[in-house]
Design a protein around this ligand. Structure first.
Ligand code: SF4
Length: 571
């Protein structure tokens, strides 16, 4: 995935989350100022998010294609071929390190034969330039009547000056990104009237109209009002992005669209879309960890999860805080905890109220989260994590916008991933995310507290992967680490189901060793070792999962049958 951004500060290109990100800049080369790009590689979201790394501070336009070709060739040669989940440049760069990756790419570049196609497009660049329309469509004297106050609010939040004097761009805020067929037809007529016949979709599920004459704004507003596309608050805290979630995506665990609709209504009632101090806060909700709403780069992000309470499942959302949408998504958010779906709106209101009360002068939301700390925030959110029993409040056992009792029985093929995903897949993917958090702890500041916490996290990641595998024997396997370790030993180690063809039981021993030494002292070296072993254990879990799928072991019945067959073979 490739993204271009015209500047560094704004999130329009989101270069930090793409395989190849390019930010326009100027630099002096051989005493002459030239236009070119800052180049980033290896970004990506998904279950294991990676911020892109700086590849080159300045690349001339004529080098863009050959350098991209060299990157693609190195990736094609050394990238993952077997495991689809690891087939991204970000994993190759993690494995090699950015310096070695850069060296290989530059070496590859020298082997490429010159291709005229690399630079032919440069002579044609001006043809891509856009021009404004001709004369103004309406006079400035359009009577807005009672709509004047709403018009001013809309203008404040949805209209932006273009660099060309007299022209503005306008964002149409689409709640949940939806448009009806009739709205599309009517909008087409508006686009033909007020723009040079073009509309653009945005990454926040809105539509942008450009090259609007400023004097046309009142007439445009009234035309949009006619078709109910005149809502203010574009790109504000109520302009929430949601993936399809459980509405239509078979990977969806919780109703991200239902949640987004509820949040939009609740936050709009507080008129927070007009509060300038909340202007930079974005909320995004995904139905599962796959990040299709880009929750990782939102200031407040959510992704779906499910928990068992008593005999029933309860829809939840993981809360991810501290991402930074601005500066091309400069910072990824980190997990804070898991919240029952029905408490999420209360949590958002609590977080915003707390921010408004406690922020320091000019402090943005991500900086506020960093200063207060995820642990402190999590502690304050604990009261929101409790779930009443079914008889006390059945609402917790239903998802948003769904009157049925919640279940995840229909999870299967996803809209974006396009492959069958089992509960084991979810568990192992979650383990990867926890493993990533463990590495972050050591990356940030390898002090005493962090070292122990990182080792604990690495163990937690292994336990999560083991628990994911155990779902195939027992869908309601306990969260208790002692039970997970014991059950894993019985079902996967003693049966040799987890055994690697070459390393045999070596990877399983990493879990047993880390669990047995969990209360002992941890040195920095040992923490690093546990993290590394955690990575290998998760890899082995992926492999084991693949073997099980191949052998038809995808359910408790399949597992039982495999055990019986195995015993018969042994006899
Ligand atoms: S796979 Fe993507 S679209 Fe489907 S629920 Fe997960 S995040 Fe949403």
């Amino acid at each position: 995935k490739i993204a271009f951004s015209g500047c560094k500060n704004h999130p329009c290109g989101l270069t930090s989350m793409h395989d190849l990100g390019l930010i326009a800049k100027k630099a002096v080369v051989d005493g002459e100022e030239k236009e070119g790009f800052e180049m980033y590689v290896g970004g990506g979201l998904g279950a294991v998010p990676f911020l892109a790394k700086l590849f080159d501070e300045f690349v001339l336009p004529e080098e863009l294609l050959p350098l991209s070709q060299a990157i693609a060739r190195v990736y094609a040669r050394l990238g993952e071929k077997q495991n689809r989940n690891k087939a991204r440049i970000k994993f190759l760069i993690q494995k090699l390190g950015i310096d070695e990756f850069r060296r290989l790419v530059k070496e590859e570049r020298t082997t490429l034969e010159n291709d005229p196609g690399w630079t032919e497009w440069l002579s044609n660049v001006e043809s891509y330039e856009e021009k404004g329309r001709g004369p103004v469509t309406q006079s400035e004297t359009v009577d807005l009547g009672d709509a004047i106050a709403d018009f001013e609010q809309w203008k404040e939040s949805n209209v932006y000056q273009q660099r060309q004097a007299g022209y503005v761009s306008v964002t149409l805020a689409l709640p949940l990104g939806d448009l009806t067929g009739q709205q599309m037809r009517d909008l087409a007529a508006i686009v033909r009237t007020f723009t040079p016949d073009a509309a653009r979709t945005t990454v926040e599920q809105n539509i942008m109209l450009r090259w609007i004459h400023e004097a046309d704004l009142p007439a445009l507003y009234l035309a949009l009002k006619e078709i109910k596309l005149h809502e203010a608050g574009a790109q504000s805290i109520i302009d929430i992005t949601a993936c399809p979630g459980t509405d239509t995506c078979k990977l969806g665990i919780s109703s991200s669209r239902g949640l987004a609709g509820e949040l939009r209504q609740r936050l709009a009632e507080k008129e927070w879309q007009y509060d300038v101090s909340l202007r930079d806060i974005r909320i995004k909700a995904s139905g599962c960890f796959n990040s299709c709403s880009q929750h990782t780069v939102a200031e407040i992000g959510f992704y779906g999860a499910s928990r068992v309470v008593g005999q029933r499942r309860v829809p939840h959302f993981h809360l991810v805080l501290g991402g930074e949408w601005d500066n091309n998504a400069a910072q990824y958010g980190k997990g804070v905890g898991v919240i029952p779906s029905k408490r999420v709106p209360d949590v958002v209101e609590f977080l915003i109220d707390t921010y408004l009360k406690e922020r320091q002068d000019g402090e943005k939301f991500p900086a506020f989260v960093n200063r207060v700390g995820r642990k402190d925030i999590r502690d304050r959110l604990k009261p929101f994590m409790d779930i009443p029993d079914y008889e006390t409040n059945k609402e917790f056992y239903r998802d948003w916008a769904d009157s049925r009792e919640y279940s995840i029985g229909d999870i299967g093929i996803g809209e974006c991933a396009g492959e069958v995903v089992t509960l084991t897949d979810f568990g192992v993917a979650k383990a990867e995310s926890i493993y990533f958090d463990a590495t972050l702890l050591l990356d940030e500041e390898p002090m005493n507290g962090n070292v122990k916490a990182a080792a604990d996290k690495a163990l937690e990641a292994m336990l999560k992967a083991a628990q994911g595998l155990l779902k195939v024997c027992n869908i309601d396997i306990s969260d208790d680490p002692a039970v997970v370790v014991q059950e894993f030993r019985t079902n996967f180690y003693d049966t040799q189901l987890f055994f690697d063809p070459f390393a045999k039981g070596k990877f399983a021993s990493y879990l047993f060793k880390a669990y047995d030494s969990r209360d002992g002292d941890i040195t920095l070296d040992r923490a690093r070792e546990i993290i590394e072993e955690s990575r290998l254990f998760i890899e082995a879990a992926h492999e084991c999962n693949a073997r099980m799928l191949q052998a038809g072991i995808t359910s408790p019945a399949g597992f039982k049958k495999w055990m019986i067959d195995r015993e018969m073979q042994t006899v």
